[in-house]
Ligand binder design. Structure first.
Ligand code: FE
Ligand code: FE
Ligand code: ZN
Length: 278
């Protein structure tokens, strides 16, 4: 079964977001657990979250992903901002425990001149404050494009973070096709080899979710500009190959393409048709 959905808005509540998702022909979704550019958490309505939790299962929602705000930086040079990152993550994870078995994805961070080594230690330190053995949510490190001083542009950097985390069974990876392409991985021409490299360095068992985006820019550009599926440099043939690849086909695929719900519904219909035709 293809698990596919898009980035959704939770502004009108969790249950409403779930209904909108199913109405789009999707069976998964991603949402910002709080304002993507700020730190403020939305008011927590327990009943709404419980209604949403009831929408999972056969014929309903499958594995979903909450995304941490872009501004959160677990490897900021400012210790107060690192502390704030840990607080935000811990707060979001309280809500995620109402939705057991799902994912919380975050950008590892930007080292802002401190260097990758220091940043990797700080990210792991943040995770060691937040992760605990009994948690029912898996936290995901996203593969990054390498824009500016972003950490997580290579599989090696992600592996180095995982190695320093105590509860590493609560830690996984979310691949982003645009980011990997922009980072330099040839997921269009050499998908098999790229996944083999990932398996050798991190292990495919750690791969839990997939952001399906085309890219506006050339491979290795380090730009991170998402394009509509088939309208970027990755292309529809390569995107179809990702959906049906044996190492990827069971993952939740989340669209972060620059369009609205109606546009995402149309892309999802195209992806389903492409997989059915295989
Ligand atoms: Fe992201
Ligand atoms: Fe992404
Ligand atoms: Zn991106």
């Amino acid at each position: 079964m293809l698990i596919v959905g898009a980035h959704m808005s939770v502004a009108k509540g969790y249950a409403n977001m779930g209904r909108e998702t199913l109405a789009m022909g999707a069976n998964t979704l991603q949402f910002f657990a709080r304002n993507p550019r700020g730190a403020k958490a939305r008011a927590f309505d327990e009943e709404d979250v419980l209604t949403f939790a009831g929408m999972f299962g056969e014929g309903g929602l499958q594995k979903i992903v909450a995304h941490a705000p872009y501004t959160m930086n677990a490897c900021s040079a400012d210790p107060h901002l690192r502390e704030l990152a840990a607080e935000m993550m811990a707060g979001d994870l309280v809500i995620m425990e109402y939705l057991p078995g799902n994912f919380y994805n975050f950008h590892p961070g930007s080292h802002v001149g401190q260097g990758v080594e220091t940043a990797i230690c700080q990210i792991a330190e943040t995770l060691n404050k937040v992760l605990y053995p009994e948690m029912k949510t898996m936290v995901l490190l996203e593969t990054m494009a390498g824009k500016g001083t972003e950490v997580g542009r290579t599989f090696e950097e992600l592996r180095a973070i995982i190695d320093k985390v105590e509860c590493r069974d609560k830690l996984g990876i979310c691949m982003d096709s645009c980011h990997m392409w922009d980072a330099g991985y040839d997921i269009a021409g050499h998908l098999d080899e790229t996944l083999q490299e990932f398996d050798a360095i991190i292990g495919l068992d750690k791969l839990k979710a997939f952001h399906l985006n085309d890219s506006l820019n050339e491979r290795g550009s380090h730009k991170d500009r998402h394009a509509l599926l088939g309208e970027g440099k990755i292309g529809m043939t390569a995107i179809k190959a990702m959906l049906t690849h044996p190492a990827l086909c069971r993952l939740p695929f989340l669209l972060e393409t620059p369009t609205d719900n109606a546009g995402h519904a149309e892309e999802i219909a195209r992806l389903k048709a492409a997989v059915a035709a295989k």
